[in-house]
Write a protein that binds this ligand. Structure first.
Ligand SMILES: NC(=O)C1=CN([C@@H]2O[C@H](COP(=O)(O)OP(=O)(O)OC[C@H]3O[C@@H](n4cnc5c(N)ncnc54)[C@H](O)[C@@H]3O)[C@@H](O)[C@H]2O)C=CC1
Ligand SMILES: CC(=O)N[C@@H]1[C@@H](OP(=O)(O)OP(=O)(O)OC[C@H]2O[C@@H](n3ccc(=O)[nH]c3=O)[C@H](O)[C@@H]2O)O[C@H](C(=O)O)[C@@H](O)[C@@H]1O
Length: 420
């Protein structure tokens, strides 16, 4: 069966670009979201999130009539579910959004439909989702009972785009396709081939789920290695960035970069899904999470030491001393503050410091609520002129371009090694 109507459930950083990619290939796409504001914005041909090039693709698709958004699920030939999968409690995966999405499409499912889970999910989630659907639609057969002959095909197809490059990577990256049966995989591959230039690599749903978690855990473990090195080097009086540059000259060594910690809502979250399912075996993955999560606290101690040195040198009282934090985003040149270690550090500094804490973040116009009343949003030049202690947290292009003489004679804590 061909795909004349495609429905994407969840129109956020993943769902909206995916919906727009299908619509740009002249497929009839209906995006579903529980967020009324997102739905209205998209139906105006605008976007509610920041991602380069997405605005143009959405505008064209909406104006051409191929993309529309709604809060009400519709009958479709294929459904892609891209809703959040955060953790809850002691880092347990929270599948409530996926369940709600599955429950919402169950009444409109028709024989022959394909349902794809894209949300990053623990192993077994696709089978669980198929169970939820089967319970609600006893009149239809699903792969867990009917195998290849099922009325509804179900697959897990994870997304691996990098925020900031989504519109390129969505099309170019290879895609792992984890069907519950080979027929499910074939149909899912046919669907993605509508816009995909990368390859569809077929496996089963459990392996595809684990593959997504593995990719992000791999990155987390490697960043933890760099962060651990930064602690060791600080103790040994060695410049960690020079060390990594040198070590990376080895043909088989490729160390990532240390920083203030690991942020974003993926790398700092997904490895916990493996730990939650396999706590005994996932020792390295857990430790990497702990190393990365503890980095902001180490940075705070560095800041406290710099403040003590600055006070001793200047003879000022603590309340007279100004600290400037450079960057709040979770990584360079974006405005996304989710799970950002820079935010955590700025907040901790402001709570601890009795003087003024300035924050420079060129990608936002207003301080997030958490920091309101505790810090002041300052422009780059004012912060450079006024602050006694400079804390570099995010290597935004604007900060990398600061001339060396502007930061001289100040106490500097540089978590990204850009002002060395
Ligand atoms: N953002 C990224 O770079 C990547 C995200 N992922 C994964 O993709 C999934 C989605 O992530 P994002 O798009 O970043 O999240 P997001 O938070 O930007 O968007 C999710 C959207 O789903 C909507 N939603 C929630 N429950 C719903 C429901 N029952 N029905 C309809 N809509 C509903 C929300 O209102 C929101 O607009 C997550 O599992 C995430 O881990 C995977 C790869 C990359
Ligand atoms: C394996 C991998 O590269 N996964 C990507 C990742 O996107 P995300 O933007 O979260 O990753 P990132 O650029 O590594 O940034 C995560 C965090 O790690 C930090 N970071 C990154 C690289 C590095 O050398 N040092 C470092 O400290 C960043 O500053 C940031 O705080 O997670 C995405 C996701 O799953 O949402 C995934 O689609 C992306 O392909």
């Amino acid at each position: 069966m061909s795909f004349s109507t495609i429905s994407v459930i969840g129109l956020g950083y993943i769902g909206l670009p995916t919906a727009a990619a299908f619509a740009s290939r002249q497929k009839n796409v209906v995006g579903i979201d529980i967020n009324q504001h997102a739905v209205e914005t998209i139906n105006r041909g605008a976007i509610h999130i920041v991602e380069p090039e997405l605005d143009k693709v959405v505008k064209t698709a909406v104006e051409a009539g191929f993309l529309r958004a709604s809060t009400q699920p519709v009958e479709a030939d294929a459904y892609l579910i891209a809703v959040p999968t955060p953790f809850q409690g002691d880092h347990e995966p929270d599948m409530a959004f996926v369940k709600a999405a599955a429950v919402s499409i169950a009444p409109v499912l028709k024989k022959g439909a394909l349902v794809i889970l894209e949300s990053t999910s623990p192993v077994g989630s696709t089978e669980q989702m198929a169970e939820w659907l089967a319970d609600l639609r006893p009149d239809l057969s699903f792969p867990q009972q009917a195998g290849e002959a099922a009325d509804i095909n179900v697959a897990y197809c994870p997304e691996r785009v990098l925020p900031g490059q989504v519109m390129v990577e969505l099309i170019k990256n290879d895609r792992v396709i984890g069907g519950m049966t080979p027929v499910c995989s074939t149909r899912a591959s046919e669907l993605y081939k509508i816009f995909l230039e990368g390859e569809c690599v077929i496996t089963n749903s459990r392996t595809a789920e684990m593959c997504k978690l593995t990719e992000n855990s791999f990155r987390d473990v490697n960043i933890a290695f760099a962060n651990e090195l930064s602690l060791i080097c600080a103790d040994q009086g060695i410049n960690v960035w020079e060390l990594i540059r040198l070590a990376n000259r080895h043909p088989r060594v490729n160390i990532l970069q240390p920083g203030p910690g690991v942020g974003g809502h993926c790398i700092a979250v997904d490895p916990w899904f493996i730990v939650a399912q396999n706590p005994q075996q996932a020792r390295l993955i857990r430790t990497a999470r702990e190393v990365n999560d503890s980095k902001p606290h180490w940075v705070i101690n560095q800041v406290k030491a710099a403040v003590a040195d600055s006070l001793a040198e200047s003879g000022k009282r603590a309340g007279e001393l100004k600290i400037a934090c450079f960057g709040l985003a979770f990584k360079p040149n974006i405005d996304d503050l989710r799970e950002s270690p820079a935010m955590e550090i700025a907040g901790m500094i402001a709570n601890w410091h009795s003087g003024e804490t300035l924050v420079v973040e060129p990608n936002i116009h207003q301080l997030p609520k958490k920091l309101e009343g505790h810090c002041q949003l300052a422009n780059l030049d004012d912060a450079l002129q006024q602050a006694d202690v400079l804390v570099m947290l995010v290597d935004h292009n604007e900060f990398k371009a600061i001339a060396g003489e502007k930061i001289q004679q100040r106490w500097v804590v540089d978590t990204k090694g850009v002002w060395r």
